[in-house]
Design a binder for this molecule. Sequence first.
Ligand SMILES: C[S@@+](CC[C@H](N)C(=O)[O-])C[C@H]1O[C@@H](n2cnc3c(N)ncnc32)[C@H](O)[C@@H]1O
Length: 333
Amino acid sequence: MGRPPAGGKAEELTRAAPAEDATRAHHRTDRLAARRRFDEVECTVSHLLRFPHPALRGRRYGEALLHGLADRGIQPGPDGVLEIGGGAGHLAEAAWRGEAGPFTGSRWTSLDLSPALLRAQRRRLLAEGADAAAVPRAAHSRWSGVRADALALPLRSGSFRGLILGNEMLADLPVRDGTSAGAVQLVREVSRVLSRGGAAAFTEFGGDFPPAAVDLTDGTRAGEHTEWSIDFRQLRAAAAECQLEVEELPLHELLGADLSVRCASYTDLWRLRRFVSCEVFAAPAEEVRRRHPLLSRLLALELPPLGSPRWPDAHAAAGFAQLFRAILLRQRR
Ligand SMILES: C[S@@+](CC[C@H](N)C(=O)[O-])C[C@H]1O[C@@H](n2cnc3c(N)ncnc32)[C@H](O)[C@@H]1O
């Protein structure tokens, strides 16, 4: 694992590259509070499942994901986990405070372009700031944060002995001429830095079709940006060119998720939150009905099964079980 970028490199990140991709610029200059981003602008699956959940056999999303990787022979190695685009830091926290098999308590480095999200991760993992004052907690002794760009990892070639993890971050990388150009570049970057025996895992929405744009907003300008579904054919081809061993599977299979469990969708939560304050979390259907008996009926909350095309978003063409994939890359050279 290399050192965090020196001052000069960090300064470079604060400047716009010539003809910078608009989504990159959005993250590089991000000032939005993490809670607002993930509750209001872009509610990720990992955010909706961040607390222990019956559909994940009582595990948090991060615990289920890391168990799924360990079950497939992927280990933290001496360098632990390098997480790219960790958002609010829930995966790192699940591996630190939760039970994540061989990843429990392992060394964890978070690399992110967003200054606001790196601060949120630091607060969560190092128990710094207001949260720490409210609920005194121990700090993660093996966590560090690095502000850098996923497409220029601050690591020497062949040096990283562990897992590179990117959960729902590929969609933020640039698309050019109808191709998942940024995600393909990241596969090449991962191949460059992984040492023999190292591995990478990325999850994202997409499939064997060209990238399609998704415009995200909370109705104000602050969080507006565009993400792109991933053309997984291009990722597999790039990995094969780099001689990485590739495995692709539905994300729900990697998590071992029970798709029959009914729970709140983002659409249900959005409707409920117009009347009451509640956590943006995929609470199980019975819990929602018990807490909000009248509103559940009045609003005709759907509370669909996790495997429904209407979860997490009733208005989307397909859902988590149909669209979210995981790609695992292993360095054998
Ligand atoms: C959609 S959020 C996902 C957050 C989290 N992994 C989750 O599952 O909720 C995308 C994350 O990738 C980061 N990101 C976007 N573009 C990046 C880039 N070029 N380099 C590094 N991080 C980037 C964002 O700041 C954010 O933390």
